[in-house]
Write a protein that binds this ligand. Structure first.
Ligand code: ADP
Ligand code: 5GP
Length: 193
């Protein structure tokens, strides 16, 4: 188990939007102690129910660009047009120095970048939907994005799926209970190492 004397490890979740990352991350955080979510900065609009500082640090595109200029990000991506997302160095340092392990929900490129920086201290998990059709159904049922936004996310999914093999672990999220069990097992095994 980590403590303040040992730096925490990093657990990265990446997937196409709608694959079930948020669902699995929330489950993992409720099932284990000693984990803390790395809250990203982002420039998209807040969805109903989202809380600033908890889901994201919401900011304008200009504020985000200022942080890029100041070197405040470990990685950042313009995931969709004018929707910037980035991992704050301050957030990761604060959590790791406390001895807790950092959990990330980032896009596929961001996930691979974080893995490259932290190597064996990081576990990169790819959450895979059973199919692109299922992904679209889930995004439609989630009802947090309009049709255009959903179409953009589905269009991006094909390419993102081609990166799955570059991750340490792939979790197929078809039966949710099975996916939860596998998530818990791979994370516990990794933290034991
Ligand atoms: P992401 O964070 O990857 O965009 P979410 O966790 O928000 O995805 O999941 C997208 C939608 O699919 C949500 O409405 C969620 O409740 C639902 N969902 C997640 N996992 C499953 C599953 N295994 N079977 C059916 N629906 C699921
Ligand atoms: P959403 O708008 O659905 O919350 O997130 C859109 C995408 O941006 C998701 O794939 C999510 O994982 C990704 N994302 C969230 N935070 C970050 C981040 O800090 N960096 C990167 N690269 N992607 C992120």
């Amino acid at each position: 188990m980590a403590n303040a004397a040992t730096k925490g490890k990093l657990i990265i979740f990446s997937a196409p939007s709608g694959a079930g990352k948020t669902t699995l991350v929330r489950y993992l955080m409720s099932a284990m102690d000693n984990l803390e979510f790395s809250v990203s900065a982002c420039s998209r609009k807040k969805r109903p129910g989202e809380v600033d500082g908890k889901d994201y640090y919401f900011m304008t595109v200009d504020e985000f660009k200022e942080k890029i200029k100041n070197g405040e990000f470990i990685e950042w991506e313009e995931v969709y047009k004018d929707h910037f997302y980035g991992t704050l160095r301050s957030e990761v340092d604060r959590i790791r120095n406390s001895g807790r392990h950092v959990v990330f929900d980032v896009d596929v490129k961001g996930g691979l970048n974080i893995k490259k920086i932290f190597g064996h201290d990081a576990l990169a998990i790819f959450v895979k939907p059973p199919s692109v059709g299922t992904l679209k159904e889930r995004l439609t049922r989630r009802a947090t994005d309009d049709d255009r936004e959903i179409a953009t996310r589905v269009a991006k999914a094909e390419r993102e799926l081609s990166f799955a093999d570059k991750f340490d672990v792939i979790i197929v999220n078809d039966d949710l209970e099975k996916a939860k069990r596998k998530t818990l097992k791979v994370v516990k095994d990794f933290l034991k190492k």
